[in-house]
Design a protein around this ligand. Structure first.
Ligand SMILES: Nc1nc(=O)c2c([nH]1)NC[C@@H]1CN(c3ccc(C(=O)N[C@@H](CCC(=O)O)C(=O)O)cc3)C=[N+]21
Length: 293
């Protein structure tokens, strides 16, 4: 039987309805969630992501600021802008779109963001809190994955989860989150990476397989257990649609794997829309925290 399709775009929409209501209630108390997205340079993919974030922030009624900086901006000037947003009481969330140009140290930038405004959850303080199960801000893509699983009724407690990929923004945090004690977690987690001897050996044991590799067709049907839940985090651009837009595909051989999996997320329309929505959820949370609510 073909897999159930986990529609991230629909689940994201449901969460946005709640966030919009919560934003309206906050506004009645004089608090308007404020988000700045800082984009350095003109990478087309980054421009499209940041536009999606701004559009969503507007829809929810946020105070939203798009700060575009030239590719040539110095690290010192970018740091200065961040410190300015750290002090700005209208701004509750600061997102610096990654990747940054090679002359700017990502680490220096991420360390400069006020941890209380770090809605990406990338500051080492927030990474550490996540590790000990006390996160204020879960990183957006892992938070989106967890919500997809929870809201699709996928059992996580006791499940064998295999994560393929060990990035700081997806692989490592989702592995940590699903490993925690408590609801929406308590899984047995394996993390595979480019140094893993036989990735298929591990993935075939997975009840929940999370692909965050960054390469099309990295997960083939022979690597998936019958009935497994497959979460595809890949956003790869391959060719163009007839309308001339970049065509997206994930890390999973979708057409083949959907015949074998129990459930699967599509690309687009799976994890991506959830990532943006969790950014909005974190911004609402940052605004509540700043107001002492
Ligand atoms: N500081 C920082 N924070 C991020 O959260 C961050 C980042 N840098 N750099 C790049 C990655 C990637 N990312 C995506 C967000 C939304 C979609 C998304 O909405 N995708 C849609 C399609 C969008 C399209 O058509 O281009 C979908 O999958 O349906 C994808 C990818 C956030 N990232």
């Amino acid at each position: 039987m073909a897999a159930k399709i986990i529609r991230g775009s629909e689940i994201a929409q449901q969460i946005r309805v709640d966030l919009k209501r919560e934003t309206a209630l906050l506004k009645e108390r004089g608090v308007v969630p404020g988000l700045v997205t800082i984009l350095v340079g003109q990478n087309p993919a980054s421009m499209s992501y940041v536009a999606g974030k701004q559009r969503t922030a507007h829809e929810l009624g946020f105070h939203s600021v798009q700060d575009n900086q030239p590719e040539t901006i110095s690290e010192a000037l970018l740091l200065e802008r961040i410190l300015q947003y750290n002090r700005d009481p209208r701004i509750h969330g600061i997102l610096v779109q990654l990747p940054l140009p090679p002359h700017i140290s990502e680490q220096n930038i991420l360390y400069a963001i006020d941890p209380g405004k770090d809605v990406d959850g990338f500051h080492p303080f927030n990474v550490g809190k996540l590790m000990i199960g006390q996160a204020d801000f879960l990183p957006c893509t892992p938070a989106g994955i967890q919500q997809l699983l929870l809201r699709s009724g996928v059992p996580i407690d006791g499940a064998e989860v295999v994560v393929v990929g060990r990035s700081n923004i997806v692989g490592k945090p989702i592995a940590n989150m699903l490993l925690q004690k408590g609801d929406g977690a308590n899984a047995t987690v394996t993390v595979c990476h480019t140094g893993t001897r036989d990735i298929g050996f591990h993935t075939r044991r997975a009840d929940i397989l999370i692909a965050a590799v960054g390469r099309p067709m990295a997960i083939t049907v022979d690597m998936v257990k019958q009935g497994a839940v497959v979460i595809d985090v890949g956003v790869n651009r391959q060719g163009f649609t007839p309308e001339g837009k970049a065509k997206l595909c994930g890390d999973v051989d979708y057409e083949a794997v959907r015949q074998k999996a129990g459930a699967i997320t599509p690309v687009p329309g799976g994890v991506g829309p959830m990532t943006i929505t969790m950014l909005m959820a974190n911004t609402v949370k940052a605004a509540r925290m700043a107001a002492g609510l």
